[in-house]
Write a protein that binds this ligand. Structure first.
Ligand SMILES: [Zn+2]
Length: 300
């Protein structure tokens, strides 16, 4: 008991120091912006006095207005930082006021105990926290049904349900599209594209590869990276082969959606994120832990 308490205390202390370091880093960023844009010291000087001092020509008025706007921006930024560092009921109300949204769409999952490896496609600068989709936003998908199997919608809905259960991330199919994976720019925004293609169109599908998937990450300044859009491309040859069992096809779609949300391959053939299809049809214990970690990241 005592040991646990002291472990908790140490952890709390570590977290407190990490938060303090983060605040210091963000304040430094604000200072830098301040120096670049000539805003003066924080907090800004008394505005009414500055107004009187600067009253005069039109040019001066314009300058003053700009300064005010920028000061306002900094205030919102600073509030944003404080809210991010001190989540709580009051902060939630202020977040709403500032248009930060109302928090997670689905509850954050617990990370299950147990064995099993998992790996992330990308991590934040701490080398540990995964890059993922913002859990406060719905991940939108659009499907190109060309060359898709008849039950494509069921395959996609089942995969998103499996991923949602493991991550607490919400998906929505917003419609169909005629966009081809090969015609989609690398910096595409908007819904992630789910499509079927052959190796003639998407060379990564060459040989035994049954699908490819990934997401594009973006971040602001030194802030955390988030996935903003992505693509899942499935091999028409495999999905039109009657000899491939249905549960194996579902497992392929699930595996690719695992990549979409940020899981990388592992060396353990008992996990669905093993690079080859070896008869595993459900997410393994390591996969589920990795998915939970991805689903637990803080909102943007
Ligand atoms: Zn894979």
């Amino acid at each position: 008991m005592h040991q646990n308490d002291s472990v908790n205390e140490r952890r709390n202390e570590r977290e407190r120091r990490a938060r303090a370091r983060e605040l210091e880093r963000l304040m430094k960023q604000l200072d830098d912006a301040d120096a670049r844009q000539g805003l003066g010291a924080w907090p800004p000087a008394d505005r009414s006095r500055r107004t009187r001092t600067n009253a005069g020509t039109k040019t001066r008025t314009n300058t003053r207005t700009t300064t005010w706007l920028l000061s306002g921006t900094i205030t919102v930024l600073l509030l944003g930082i404080i809210i991010a560092l001190h989540p709580g009921p009051q902060a939630t109300a202020v977040r709403r006021l500032l248009g930060f949204g109302e928090g997670r769409i689905m509850a954050a999952p617990e990370v299950p105990d147990g064995p099993g490896d998992y790996a992330f496609v990308a991590t934040q600068r701490d080398g540990r926290t995964p890059v993922g989709y913002d859990p406060c936003r719905v991940i939108e998908l659009e499907i190109n049904p060309d060359d898709a199997p008849d039950d494509y919608r069921d395959l996609v809905d089942t995969a998103t349900r499996h991923i949602s259960e493991a991550t607490g991330l919400a998906f929505k199919v917003v419609g169909t599209t005629d966009t081809r994976p090969s015609g989609r720019p690398d910096d595409a925004k908007g819904p992630a594209l789910v499509a079927w293609a052959d190796e003639g169109e998407v060379s990564e599908l060459e040989g035994d590869v049954a699908g490819v998937a990934g997401s594009r990450a973006m971040g602001i300044g030194n802030g955390p990276m988030f996935f903003v859009s992505g693509a899942v491309t499935l091999d028409t040859e495999v999905f039109s082969d009657d000899d491939v069992p249905r549960d194996q096809l579902q497992a392929i779609v699930d595996h690719e959606f695992g990549h979409l949300v940020g899981l990388d391959h592992v060396d353990d053939p008992r996990e669905l994120m093993y690079a080859e299809s070896v008869g595993v049809t459900e997410f393994g214990p390591g996969d589920l832990r990795g998915l939970a970690e991805i689903g637990r990241i803080a909102c943007r």
